[in-house]
Design a protein around this ligand. Structure first.
Ligand code: ADE
Length: 240
């Protein structure tokens, strides 16, 4: 539910999500809130009571837009409101949301949304991070993208997501492709060795090292073997 459906459709019509929509692996509809205004000038916003800058999105078009959606699909979808005041999105939450059959996302715009429609709809409030954007569209697109790629059949085998950043609370190891030397920089020898086990060990250690150096906070939730822990201890020792 957005005031800028074209913005949403253009992003979600490309690349992996675009392909998944075409193949019927996920259905995403950008609904124009303006289609639900009762105002004769098709207005969807007005000045804030109490004064102040900017415009506030009115309750009625959002309320009617959501109820029309509920009628169309014959049930009440899980409703999410994108707002910097929400809980910060995590891969964990993305995974949970990917199991729901229907999700509706409300994109706020301008300086905000009339609080009464938030009270009435009781959405889950989600932020994509501690910074402020001009509207909820980009955050909604991020949410839709992160959920879509976890749905069955959306990623092909070689786009598979088991190894990547945040999958097991570890950051991803560095990757390389052709050529094996570029501007004097060589691909790590082990990756050219064809030795599967050594490659796996190197990647695991690189993941652990990166996570330790960049996001040590993530290690608390990571699934670590005794060997992993010993490797991390060796890193700690190196820096002393
Ligand atoms: N709308 C504006 N900024 C936002 C943010 N950081 N997260 C979610 N929605 C937003």
């Amino acid at each position: 539910m957005t005031l800028f459906p074209d913005m949403c459709n253009s992003v979600l019509g490309e690349s992996i999500v675009g392909r998944a929509r075409e193949n019927g692996k996920v259905e995403i509809n950008a609904i124009d809130i303006r289609d639900y205004t009762e105002d004769k000038h098709r207005r969807v916003d007005d000045k804030p009571y109490g004064g102040g800058m900017g415009m506030i999105m009115q309750a009625q078009p959002i309320w009617d837009c959501f109820n029309s959606l509920c009628e169309k699909i014959g049930k009440k979808p899980h409703l999410i409101y994108m707002t910097p005041q929400g809980k910060t999105l995590t891969q964990e939450r993305v995974k949970e949301l990917s199991k729901l059959e229907n999700i509706a996302i409300l994109c706020g715009h301008y300086e905000g949304v009339d609080e009464r429609v938030i009270e009435a709809l009781e959405p889950e409030e989600i932020s994509i991070g501690d910074y402020v954007l001009t509207g909820g569209e980009l955050p909604a697109l991020i949410l839709a993208d992160s959920i879509s790629r976890l749905l069955p059949g959306v990623l092909s085998d070689d786009e598979c997501f088991t190894d990547e950043s945040h999958y097991a609370s570890l950051l991803e190891y560095p990757q390389y492709t052709h050529p094996s030397e570029w501007q004097g920089r060589e691909v790590p020898e082990v990756l050219l060795s064809g030795h599967h086990q050594r490659v796996e060990q190197w990647r695991r250690e690189q993941s652990l090292k990166r996570t330790y150096e960049r996001r040590a906070d993530m290690l608390e939730n990571a699934d670590l073997t005794e060997k992993d822990k010993m490797y991390i201890s060796s890193l700690t020792a190196d820096t002393k």
